[in-house]
Design a protein around this ligand. Structure first.
Ligand SMILES: Cc1cc2nc3c(=O)[nH]c(=O)nc-3n(C[C@H](O)[C@H](O)[C@H](O)COP(=O)(O)O)c2cc1C
Length: 175
């Protein structure tokens, strides 16, 4: 019962991965197996159709093997990052259809994070995936983490156990 978390920032110094790690720690603490794919650490291919590059095929395999997916995207110009869209463009219906997918949006702005979430939910719905909530919108990300790397925001602290319980239910574990 593994959960694959995809961090959609292309920036090696990006902050989205910190939100992903904060969520991953809670999933792991609940006994769930996790795997993180950090798009800042790969040589991101442009999507050009066939033949699909080896990295694209690897992404397909990793998604196919996971029991649930967490898509995390920074908010760039009011939307999802090109990196996470590139990741998704390399997938097909076969990997997303019926799969439980949860969402994290990360923004430096005080009210940010929701727009990439809404866009990602649309894409997953088009691919017949199963969007599950609650989505986690991390705004003001530069100030979002405490010294242990957890979320300072009280609403995120309240939502996180629910997020974990919903992921547990999605992969068939007991909450
Ligand atoms: C190209 C670009 C566009 C951005 N647009 C927005 C935006 O529309 N709203 C916002 O709140 N932050 C915006 N930001 C700031 C990011 O949300 C911020 O860098 C945050 O840390 C998440 O991205 P990161 O994981 O790459 O660090 C933008 C950053 C970049 C590089």
């Amino acid at each position: 019962m593994a959960i694959l978390l995809v961090s959609g920032s292309p920036r090696p110094e990006g902050l989205t991965i910190h939100a992903v790690r904060a969520v991953e720690r809670q999933l792991a603490a609940a006994g769930l197996a996790t795997d993180v794919l950090d798009l800042a650490q790969v040589d991101l291919p442009t999507y050009r159709g066939e033949p699909v590059p080896e990295l694209g095929l690897e992404w397909r395999r990793r998604v196919q093997e996971c029991d649930a997916l967490v898509l995390a995207s920074p908010e760039y110009h009011g939307g999802m990052s090109g990196a996470i869209k590139t990741f998704l463009d390399h997938l097909t219906f076969d990997e997303i259809r019926d799969r439980a997918v949860a969402f994290i949006g990360v923004a430096s702005g005080p009210h940010g994070g929701t727009r990439p979430i809404l866009q990602l939910q649309d894409v997953v719905t088009v691919l017949w995936g199963r969007p599950i909530g609650p989505a986690l919108a991390v705004s003001g990300v530069k100030e979002a983490f405490d010294e242990d790397g957890g979320f300072r925001d009280e609403q995120l602290q309240r939502l996180l156990p629910l997020f974990v319980a919903r992921m547990q239910a999605a992969v068939g574990g007991s909450p």
